[in-house]
Ligand binder design. Structure first.
Ligand SMILES: Nc1ncnc2c1ncn2[C@@H]1O[C@H](COP(=O)(O)OP(=O)(O)OP(=O)(O)O)[C@@H](O)[C@H]1O
Ligand SMILES: [Mg+2]
Length: 198
């Protein structure tokens, strides 16, 4: 996977498949590291499964033999010199923590976090809530589907296209606010060079 947001999407889908009522997504950028967390209160894993789960030949899927979500995340994190940790207790829940070294040439970009969060939120059942927290070097942004539902009232589903679009825009704005002083692109763009010469 080329973007960290796609890993988050994939790992969060495991939480939903495990019957979680609450899924907490975290992205933290600090000290040259990007830490992704997906924590849920789903059914959890047996110690036997947990011990094998980052190995590419482990899955409880019946449609095919190889589960790749966690092994791919582990590989991606380790390729940057980082780590993957999976904690899980049956009947309690699971927390997946991936640490990437941001400065490493193999570190994937964050990707479209707003689209990922909105996509997950709009697919939630009425009994499951999603929280998202992105901590940047100079601040944090949080999003909580329970709050969105409280504002919308019980009649309006998160899957409504207008609501999904609003959620994506809201998170995108929050993301942009985490990089307030991002400098404009430096250097001369090729197209402006060409314009100048014609
Ligand atoms: N959050 C979780 N809660 C409970 N069990 C989990 C969780 N995450 C993973 N598992 C278990 O670990 C297995 C492997 O997960 P992984 O994401 O690597 O592969 P998969 O979901 O089976 O397949 P893929 O992600 O490739 O579609 C899952 O089939 C599931 O049994
Ligand atoms: Mg999976």
């Amino acid at each position: 996977m080329k973007e960290l947001s796609l890993h988050l999407l994939d790992i969060a889908q495991n939480s939903l498949a495990a019957g979680a009522r609450h899924v907490a997504l975290g992205v933290e950028e600090a000290d040259g590291e990007i830490t992704l967390t997906v924590a849920d209160d789903g059914r959890g894993m047996s110690p036997e499964l947990l011990a094998r789960v980052t190995d590419p030949f482990t899955t409880t899927r019946t449609t095919r033999k190889v589960g790749m979500g966690l092994p791919l995340l582990r590989l991606a994190a380790e390729q940057t010199g980082g780590t993957l940790a999976v904690e899980s207790r049956e009947g309690v829940g699971t927390t997946v923590t991936a640490v990437f070294h941001a400065g490493h040439i193999d570190c994937p970009p964050l990707g479209d976090l707003a689209a990922t969060v909105a996509l997950l939120a709009q697919g939630l059942s009425g009994e499951t809530e999603l929280t998202y927290m992105h901590k940047g070097p100079q601040g944090a942004f949080t999003f909580d589907t329970a709050q969105v539902r409280a504002i919308l009232g019980p009649e309006v589903p998160l899957s409504l296209p207008e609501v999904a679009q609003w959620m994506e825009g809201y998170v995108a704005e929050g993301e942009a606010g985490l990089r307030p002083e991002a400098p404009p692109e430096r250097g001369t763009r090729l197209d402006t060079v060409r314009e100048g010469t014609t």
